[in-house]
Design a binder for this molecule. Structure first.
Ligand code: ADP
Ligand code: MG
Length: 248
């Protein structure tokens, strides 16, 4: 379903991704961990082509993009690929001047050209699904961080993505709000949503990850089941990192 082959990405002379290859199956949940600066966010941003890739091939569903041909001329294909991915950011990135409902409706109205009725119905359903059926008319500033992040998840789902990408979705939240966001993500995983999640929530990874990937300095240095990675990591760097994060 998703296939990355030898993806490389540099910013100036700083090579941040040094040849990442990764295949993710339909309904698979992959959790990516690794120290700050190891390239996790850049990898997610490359998967959704928020960043141009310098080398390699990226395939999502039926769309394949090769670095050599990745240019503005292929804007349609890039847009199509981007529409197959839902992105959830650390800092929610909601439209502050729109209600929760309007935030979720925006993509379907503007990009999918749905009617207002259709978009409203879908957005209402999704907001119910993330437990915010009673908050649809609220503005982001009057919602908690956990609620805002759940709106952001509903907004991404409204585009009916093939894969959901999460970049540290709970790391900006107060501890008591983390659980409600992880619960929504768990429910989605159970329903079979394909997900790539950058997160250091070990409990979450143990519960839902089919595979845990450990990145360091632009490489995938180790991957396996949560049990393998947390119970018996092969690499010294993985051990050191896991000792430094909270184990719950
Ligand atoms: P992580 O998410 O694992 O903390 P990032 O992917 O954010 O790592 O960053 C990896 C490296 O890429 C860092 O050295 C960072 O400074 C650099 N980097 C990320 N985005 C940019 C950018 N837009 N311009 C220049 N350097 C960047
Ligand atoms: Mg990051």
């Amino acid at each position: 379903m998703i296939s990355l082959k030898n993806i490389k990405k540099s910013f100036g002379t700083n090579e941040v991704l040094k040849g990442i290859s990764l295949d993710v199956d339909k309904s698979e949940v992959v959790v990516i961990m690794g120290p700050s600066g190891s390239g996790k966010s850049t990898l997610l941003r490359c998967i959704t082509l928020l960043e141009e890739i310098n080398e390699g091939t990226l395939k999502i569903g039926d769309i394949e993009i090769k670095a050599e041909t990745h240019s503005r001329k292929r804007g349609n294909e890039i847009r199509a690929l981007r529409q197959r991915t839902g992105f959830v950011f650390q800092h929610f990135n909601l439209f502050p001047h729109k209600t929760a409902l309007r935030n979720v409706m925006e993509g379907p109205l503007v990009v999918k050209k749905q009617t207002k009725e259709e978009a409203t119905k879908i957005a209402m359903n999704l907001l119910h699904k993330v437990g915010l059926g009673d908050k649809v008319e609220m503005y982001p500033s009057s919602l908690s961080g956990g609620q805002q992040q759940r709106v952001a998840i509903a907004r991404a789902l409204a585009m009916e993505p093939l894969v959901m990408l999460y970049d540290e979705p709970t790391s900006a939240l107060d501890p008591e709000l983390v659980r409600e966001v992880l619960q929504v993500m768990k429910n989605l995983a159970k329903e079979g949503m394909t997900m790539i999640v950058v997160s250091h929530e070990i409990g979450f990874a143990r519960d839902v990850a089919d595979r845990v990937i450990f990145m360091d300095e632009g490489h995938i240095i180790e991957e396996g089941t949560a049990e393998q990675i947390f119970g018996n990591p092969r690499e010294q760097r993985t051990r050191r990192f896991l000792n430094s994060v909270d184990n719950d």
